[in-house]
Design a protein around this ligand. Sequence first.
Ligand code: HEC
Ligand code: HEC
Length: 443
Amino acid sequence: MKIHVTLLCAGFILTAMGCAKDNSANDLNLQLLDALDAASGGKGSAYYILPASDRLEQIPQDPNNPLSTYKVKLGQLLYHETALGLAPMHAENMEAYSCASCHFAAAGFQAGRHQGISDGGVGFFNRTKNGDYTATEVDVQPIRTPSVLNTAYQQVMLWNGQFGAVGLNAGTQDSWTAGTPKETNNLGYEGLETQAIAGLNVHRMMIEKPFITTSSYGVLFDAAFPDVPVSERYTRQTAGLAIGAFERTVLANKAPFQDWLRGKYTAMTEEEKRGALLFFGKAECASCHNGPSLANMEFDAIGMEDLYLCPEPTFKSDENSVENKGRGGFTNNPADNYKFKVPQLYNLADSPFYGHGASFRSIRAVVEYLNAGVSENPAVPSSQLASGFKPLGLSSKEVSDITAFLEHALYDPDLMRYQPTFIVSGNCFPNNDPQSRADLGCD
Ligand code: HEC
Ligand code: HEC
C-alpha cells in the first residue's frame, strides 16, 4: 500500500486533486492496483502493459522469426496487398481481396460482420456474397473471425488452437494431418507464423515471382531476409513470416486502461475503474482473461452458440461443422470438446459480433450471459462447462460497470495507424472489387 501511495502522489493525481489519503477517487486507483497485483500473482500492474509497437525487443516473438523493422514493414504491406489475390474462384475477383478483407483496422482487426467474406465478397461496407459465386465457392469459414489484435500474446492460433508447433500444441503431432493446412505445423513455427503461411494458401493468395521481384517488394524481401538464400527468399513461407512479424506489432497500446497502467490515473472514468475492479476481482473474469491481452492461452467451454444458428445467413456452416467442437475438433480428445480459445478483449466495440458463433450483438449482452451463467448451446453437455462459468450474482449496475470497462477502457481509438497509406501495387485495399472501390473512395 505504501508504495502505491507514493506512486499516486508522485504522478498525475498529485497535481490534479492533491494527495489526500481519504480521497475516494484515489481509493479506487489504489484498490485497482491491489487487485491487479493479486490477479497477476504478485507481478503487479506493469504485467498488463502492452509495449510500444516499435519497441520490438519487448514484443513476444518466435525465436525462429526474430522481429526486424524491415520484416514488420514488409508484412504490413503484404497483409493489406490485394495484388496477392491471384487464385479467386472467378476471374472477376482477381486481385480483389487480402488478409485485411476479413481482419481490417477499422473493425478492430476483425471482419465487421458475423462471418468474414474474402474471395466472393462484394463491398467494404455491408459486404455481401457476390451473386456469381455459389455458397460453396465463397471464401468463408464456419466460425466468427477473431481479431488479429494483441495476438503476439498467444502461442497457438484459431479458436481451436490448431496452428503452432510449440506450447500447448506440443504432443499434438498426430493431428497435423498431411494434405491439410495443419501440416504447416511441421515447419516448427509458433501459431502466428504458421497461420500466416497456411492462411495465404487457404485464402487464395499467391506470392508470384515477377511481380514480387520487379516491384519494391523485392527490395523489402531482401532487407527483411538477407540470410535466406535468394532461391528461397521470395516465397509463401517468407511472406508468412513477415506477416506474422507485422501482426505481432498490432497492439492496443493506446487504450485508456493502458494509459492508466502507465500512471495516467485520469484516463479511466470512475465507472470504468469500478468495472476493472470487478473484472480482476469479484467477477473473476481474470481467472480466464488474464495477461497483457486479457487472454490466458487456455481453452474453455462456456456454452456459446455455433455460427449456423446466428440470425444472419451463413455459408458453409451447419450443425456438423467440426469447428463447433472447439479444441476437441483438433485434438480428437473428447475431453477438449466445445472448448474454445479464451479470446483477447480489446476493441471489441469495433465489430459487434461476439462469441465463436457470433451469437451476441452487444458487449453488455455477453456480460449479462456470463452473469447468468446458463449455457445457451444445448449441444454442450453440462459436464464440459468450465467451473468458472456459473451465476455471478452481479447487480445491473455492476454489469454496467464491467461493460463500461470493456467498451471504453479496453478501446484503442487509433488502430488506423497500423494500416499503410498505400500498398505497392497501387491497388485499392483492403478490398478491390468495384463496389469496395466505390465504398472506400478509391475510384
Ligand atoms: C475469409 C475471411 C478470412 C481471411 C481472408 C483471412 N482470415 Fe484470418 N481468420 C478468419 C477466421 C474465420 C478465423 C478463425 C478460424 C477458426 O478459428 O477456425 C481466422 C483466424 C485468424 C487468426 C487467429 C487469431 C486467433 O486469435 O486465434 C489469425 C492470426 C489470422 N486469422 C490471420 C490472417 C492472415 C494473416 C490472413 C491472410 C493470410 C487471414 N487471416 C485471412 C477469417 C479470415
Ligand atoms: C472459464 C473461463 C472464462 C471466464 C471465467 C470468463 N470468460 Fe470470457 N470467454 C471465455 C471463452 C472461452 C470465451 C470464448 C467462448 C466462445 O466463443 O465459445 C469468452 C468470451 C468472452 C467475450 C466475447 C469476446 C469475443 O471476441 O467474442 C467477452 C466480452 C468476455 N468473454 C468477457 C468476460 C467477462 C467480462 C468475464 C467476467 C464476468 C468473463 N469473460 C469470464 C472464457 C472465460
